[in-house]
Design a protein. Structure first.
Length: 590
């Protein structure tokens, strides 16, 4: 594959201090004086308690001839010192930057339809995605920018996007940049890691995947292409080998594999899951001290190709030679029986009024402790089945759902040692004519030096509206196809409040402390060797957020692609339209 790389070496030419054990040491807002639209994607924290954050900042605002909002966004990188003072700020725009309409496509009811990512409005958003530091205090930012053929009039994901790598010195001066053209996809960059003073990247285009190793001056020292492959995630071993989770084609549902490649991308072994049912979706990968490979991911279970049933959180451990040592599967379980599957299609409906059930695994996070025990966090939908009053009201087969997060500690042999549950909840009015839910949505987990676990999550309150038959966080999900009560396929939902939260768990699973930031949507957390935690997020006005809708349309075979589309949508939802300030906070875990 003929790739074009543009490389250039550049020669150098407001804080609130809070008190209280559960409050941040300081909180800093990041905003644009012109338009106050800043979105944060990632954060890093060094051992001197300096924070480094990246994302995007609005630098242009206008309206076109149709009175549509036109906004321009540049990559933003900011450093704060140990007291929360802004040390330096840098912005970057690509050579082909376009200003473009920055709004979601809405339907005739004024709702944002989020089922099909091909119709999300991604235009206008150059953005920093990952941020890493080296031992000399230099900062590396990996982001996405407009390509030469970016069409600002098109409101689709399939635009001409390029990947950019930026290097800033300790004073915030841009010393090198590398533009990787023909990456094409909005979500082309899958991961970035920094080892031995070199930066490793995995990048997808429409058909193939590139694996790059960059020197500290961003010159390319290695470049390898895997044809007809889409990489989901990767990690590097201490010997420079690549552990890769990928599919064999350009779609997420084809054969998914965990593979080990040597330093020259020669395949050593591969463990393949079959195309059906779908496995290893949105994988997280970690290595233990013996270079054993642990993978946490989503697996789907179905009666047939057109009749998906449920999704489960799956944990696998592979030896360095590629043998599957053990696996754990957390199914969509009814009540407390974690081995009972929820069968959504057929003559038997196991969902009974008044009970709650875990349905779909949406997200997984994974870290390995110093003794090779594992911390595994997973986010699930919990369904609350409507009770007898709803049946009297004629609402057969209805329920609402909220997001819950489970944190498990697993031994190196695959034994569950303990579990901590952050429960979602549901309340309703008389006869269930309207519903309010509280979600606890997983953001990330990080391991502190003393093996305590920091869990980042969002507590979100929302309302289901515009239909007395109600819906769920993800809608009126497909009910039993053979049920006389029908098939329900649309929902409307709006967020009302959101708080960014941190939970510190002891190695024995007991809570140590809980920390909160009101009005935040958590984007990333980072820890250092001083047992401090940095939290980055967006702080925006929920009264101006857009109501969401989702209609799967024809055929339930589109249901799970739509479900995964929603999890991808989480990382960008409402960003294009909602006024926002970025925020950075520093907490002590003591």
């Amino acid at each position: 594959m003929n790739k074009k790389h543009l490389s250039k070496l550049i020669l150098p030419i407001g804080v609130v201090a809070l008190s209280g054990c559960n409050k941040p040491l300081w909180l800093a807002e990041i905003f644009s004086e012109q338009h106050e639209n800043v979105y944060i994607s990632d954060i890093a924290l060094d051992d001197d308690n300096n924070t480094y954050s990246t994302g995007s900042v609005q630098t242009y605002f206008a309206t076109d001839e149709n009175n549509a909002t036109i906004k321009g966004f540049d990559i933003l990188t900011v450093k704060h010192d140990a007291e929360g003072n802004e040390v330096w700020r840098a912005t970057y725009s690509s050579p082909y930057e376009r200003t473009a309409p920055r709004q979601f496509i809405i339907n005739d009811d004024g709702l944002v339809d989020i089922f099909d990512p091909e119709h999300w409005d991604y235009t206008g958003g150059e953005e920093g995605l990952f941020l890493l530091n080296d031992d000399q205090g230099n900062t590396y930012v990996v982001g996405r920018v407009h390509g030469e053929n970016f069409d600002a009039s098109q409101h689709v994901a399939a635009q001409d996007w390029d990947v950019v790598v930026l290097k800033y010195d300790t004073q915030g001066t841009l010393t090198a940049e590398l533009i990787l053209e023909d990456s094409d996809q909005f979500d082309a960059v899958r991961n970035a890691s920094f080892e031995n003073n070199q930066l490793s990247l995995a990048i997808n285009d429409q058909n193939d995947s590139d694996f790059l190793v960059l020197n500290s001056d961003l010159s390319i020292t290695q470049s390898h292409t895997l044809a007809d492959t889409q990489v989901f995630n990767f990690v590097k071993t201490d010997t420079g080998k690549w552990v890769v989770a990928a599919s064999s084609g350009n779609d997420w549902h084809l054969e998914n594999s965990i593979s080990l490649y040597d330093q020259n991308m020669t395949l050593e072994w591969s463990h393949v899951k079959p195309e059906y049912p779908y496995h290893r979706l949105l994988p997280e990968i970690a290595l233990d001290s013996q270079n054993n490979i642990i993978v946490a991911s989503i697996s789907l279970y179905a009666e047939s190709f057109d009749h998906p049933v449920t999704s489960a959180a799956q944990l696998e451990k592979f030896t360095p030679s590629g043998e599957l040592e053990w696996e754990m599967i957390r199914t969509g379980a009814a009540n407390t029986n974690e081995n009972e599957y929820i069968i959504w299609y057929g003559d038997v409906d196991p969902l009974t009024p008044g009970n709650s059930h875990d349905l779909f695994n949406l997200k997984n996070k994974l870290v390995v402790a110093s003794d090779d025990t594992l911390y595994w966090a997973s986010e699930h939908l919990t369904a609350f089945i409507h009770g007898p009053l709803n049946l009297i009201a004629g609402q057969y087969g209805r329920y609402t759902a909220s997001a819950s997060t489970y944190i498990k500690k697993i031994s190196s042999e695959g034994e569950e040692l303990w579990q901590h549950h952050l429960s979602g909840s549901r309340t309703s009015t008389l006869f269930g004519l309207s519903f309010n839910t509280v979600d606890r949505r997983l953001s990330d987990i990080q391991l502190l030096p003393d093996d305590r676990l920091a869990v980042g999550y969002d507590k979100v309150s929302g309302t289901h509206f515009d239909n007395v038959e109600s819906g769920a966080l993800l809608g009126r999900l497909p009910y039993s196809r053979n049920s006389p009560f029908g098939f329900y396929d649309q929902f409307n939902y709006i967020e009302k409040t959101q708080n960014s939260r941190l939970l510190i768990l002891q190695p024995n699973g007991e809570p140590h402390k809980s920390l909160s930031l009101k009005g935040e949507q958590q984007r990333a957390i980072a820890i250092n060797n001083q047992n401090n935690i940095a939290v980055a997020g967006d702080n925006y006005d929920f009264y101006e957020t857009l109501p969401l809708t989702w209609d799967p349309g024809n055929g339930v075979n589109n249901f799970f692609p739509g479900l995964l589309s929603l999890t991808k949508f989480e990382s960008t939802r409402l960003r294009q339209d909602t006024p926002s300030k970025g925020s950075v906070a520093l907490f002590s875990a003591e």
